[in-house]
Ligand binder design. Structure first.
Ligand SMILES: Nc1ncnc2c1ncn2[C@@H]1O[C@H](COP(=O)(O)OP(=O)(O)OP(=O)(O)O)[C@@H](O)[C@H]1O
Ligand SMILES: [Mg+2]
Length: 220
């Protein structure tokens, strides 16, 4: 499934002040292509991420996913499309605190009415090396373990698009490396179109394509 952004701009108005974190962004990721989105703090990475997820709408320009216009869909249509097709890994993991590791992974499967959610969840716990943590709650897991659950939760629906915002943000280098290896293997195996937001140059350069944002504009 491809991602195509055409002349995307995003502005926020606060009183008399206008902030424009994104200015005229255009790029296309072909189906199965993997890219990183690199840029310093405040360059607009998370804003762009939220536009592609459909959590926010652009001020101007067009977002096309799978050759269909996405940004003009209704909130419900966006939610449905996202639930079925897009795996999202948030910077702060965003696990549901009152659900166990197993239940967190089951959640997107249940939303998609996939039968056998329990067994699929257990298989993914095993794949990310956490079979023995199924009944732990997020606050009983280390940061790296929570991140692996977040990866499993994003990938268990077999998404065609994966969006990850700072997947190694709060991890030490060694743990971050292992988790990234795991994520890259799954992306390869499932032939996912992936955009990985990071300010980590080493991580960015592991992707075949590097997009660089500076002050809201893509560097060519
Ligand atoms: N809801 C908002 N209202 C007003 N300004 C915002 C809003 N969201 C983001 N901004 C501004 O837009 C700019 C880009 O923010 P964004 O979060 O996209 O940066 P980033 O590249 O993800 O940075 P970081 O690496 O620190 O996460 C910042 O200057 C920020 O203050
Ligand atoms: Mg950010």
């Amino acid at each position: 499934m491809n991602i195509n952004l055409k002349y995307i701009s995003k502005s926020y108005h606060q009183g008399s002040q206008t902030i424009t974190p994104l200015k005229d962004i255009s790029f296309e990721l072909n189906s199965g292509q993997m890219a990183s989105l690199l840029g310093p703090s405040g360059s607009g990475k998370s804003t762009l991420f939220q536009l592609i997820c459909g959590i926010q709408s652009p001020s101007s320009g067009e977002i096309w996913l799978d050759n269909r216009r996405f940004d003009t869909l209704s909130t419900d249509e966006k939610t449905n499309f996202r639930g079925r097709n897009i795996g999202i890994i948030f910077q702060n993991y965003a696990l549901v605190p009152f659900l166990t590791a197993k239940e967190n992974i089951m959640l997107p499967l249940q939303i998609n009415n996939i039968s056998d959610a329990q067994n699929i969840s257990l298989r993914w716990l095993d794949k990310v090396g956490l079979a023995n943590r199924a009944h732990h709650f997020p606050n009983q897991l280390s940061g790296g373990e929570q991140q692996r659950i977040a990866i499993a939760r994003a990938l268990c629906i077999r998404p065609t698009i994966l969006l990850a915002d700072e997947p190694t943000g709060q991890l030490d280098t060694e743990t971050g490396q292992l988790i990234i290896d795991l994520m890259f293997n799954f992306i390869d195996e499932l032939k996912i179109t992936a955009l990985i937001v990071t300010h980590d140059l080493a991580l960015a350069q592991r992707c075949p394509r590097v997009l660089e944002l500076k002050k809201g504009q893509l560097q060519l």
